[in-house]
Design a protein around this ligand. Structure first.
Ligand code: PLP
Length: 388
């Protein structure tokens, strides 16, 4: 494509489309981060984040990518030699596991087939076996962005309770926050880790950590070396978040705007919109005769869909066609799914015409690249949305 006209349709599952309102909110001079105006901004962000995380616990803001908040969760609560129970759900659980191990923490990794979420029964059975209570935390990726599979967090909570185990519950909500229901308090999540560039519709570069009282208590005795991430300085009284470094001021202008937008729409409506658009995608996939990677309808993600192409065909060729000919960006299959699957991110600032435009483009690209399919996915999506 020599001249790209119109807007690029960005359908990676983060970064996501940034609404003009957010771009405009950030387009202003910085201010003194030790002054009163910044304090107002920070209060609005800290207060708003609690509502988005559905928690009364403090939510810290790190000028860092999601990996930073992953690391903060670990180094504040665990000591070298501790054991963490994790569940294999896909590429992101693998990468988080590698990070945990890099800190000298032992991971007991419950195997998974990537097509299902974390198995609550397996978690319960494993914790029940841990008579010596060696396991310090259960760490789960809520929405596995590589597979489009959502783990049933409430059931994991019940599994921990049923086993009567005192482990902390850590949940990566990076690609579910502000697009699917995340109930930090109801699920008694001790450390919830979020990021800016997904449902919050912001640029990358900021991450969030909701810290329960129990997690904060654990941090007081955790012996992992830490400095930048240390909750002692960032949460001096365990309740009131602070900054030690210069905050990401302009991203926070955007965050305040994002929270306003989510509040105006209403979180329940945000979740319903994501559910509706995701279902339109799934209807199209079924009508094309392609296979959704997520195997259990209870666990289909409403923020990203991973779609298999038939054996002998290249999902990356399809993506290249979408980008080069139509200026639509899809995400690729990660690791074992590379070339075998493509992903449609459908989270953030999206509406029906945007998703229909993308589905129509995918249908055109399926034809252009010779991938066997049945025409009419777009009609199935239209019919579904018309009936909603
Ligand atoms: N966890 C999940 C579920 C993610 O989707 C991502 C990023 O896509 C991350 C962690 C890592 O976040 P970041 O790339 O901001 O470090």
């Amino acid at each position: 494509m020599t001249h790209a006209r119109g807007r690029q349709f960005l359908h990676t599952p983060g970064p996501t489309v940034m609404p003009d309102r957010i771009l405009r909110a950030m387009d202003r001079p910085a201010l003194d981060h030790r002054g009163a105006e910044f304090r107002n901004l920070a209060d609005a962000c800290f207060g708003g984040l609690k509502r988005v995380f559905q928690t009364e616990s403090p939510v810290l803001i790190y000028p860092a990518a999601g990996h930073g908040a992953w690391e903060a969760a670990l180094v504040n609560t665990c000591s070298p030699g501790d054991v963490v129970l994790m569940c294999e759900t896909g590429a992101f659980s693998d990468w988080w596991k590698e990070m945990v191990e890099a800190f000298g923490i032992t991971v007991e990794y419950l195997p998974g087939d990537w097509r299902h979420g974390a198995d609550p029964d397996a978690v319960e059975a494993h914790l029940a076996e841990d008579k010596a209570r060696r396991i310090k935390a259960v760490a789960v990726v809520h929405n596995e962005t590589s597979t489009g599979v959502l783990s049933r967090a409430a059931e994991i909570r019940h599994a921990i309770d049923n086993a009567g185990h005192p482990a902390l519950f850590m949940l990566d909500v990076i690609s579910s926050l502000a697009s699917m229901d995340v109930r930090v308090d109801e699920w008694q999540v001790d450390v919830a880790v979020g990021g800016s560039q997904k449902g919050l519709m912001l640029p990358p570069g900021m991450s969030f950590t909701a810290v329960s009282e129990k997690a904060f208590r654990a941090s007081q005795s955790a012996r992992q070396s830490r400095s930048y991430w240390d909750w002692t300085a960032l949460l001096p009284d365990g309740r009131t978040p602070a900054f030690t470094c210069t905050p990401a001021i302009n991203l926070m202008f955007g965050l305040r705007e994002a929270i306003d937008m989510l509040t105006e729409e209403g979180l329940d409506n945000v979740f319903a919109r994501h559910a509706r658009l995701a279902e339109a995608v799934r209807r199209a996939v079924a009508a094309w005769g392609l296979e959704l990677w997520s195997a259990d309808p209870r666990e289909h993600s409403n923020s990203v869909s991973t779609i298999l192409v038939p054996d002998g065909h290249d999902a990356n060729a399809l993506r290249a066609c979408c980008l080069d000919r139509f200026n639509v960006v899809l995400a690729g299959g990660l690791q074992r799914l590379n070339g075998k699957a493509f992903r449609i991110g459908h989270l953030g600032d999206l509406n029906e015409p945007m998703i229909l435009g993308t589905l129509a483009t995918v249908e055109a690209a399926l034809g252009a690249t010779g991938i066997p399919h049945t025409k009419g996915g777009i009609v199935a999506a239209i019919d579904y949305l018309a009936g909603e």
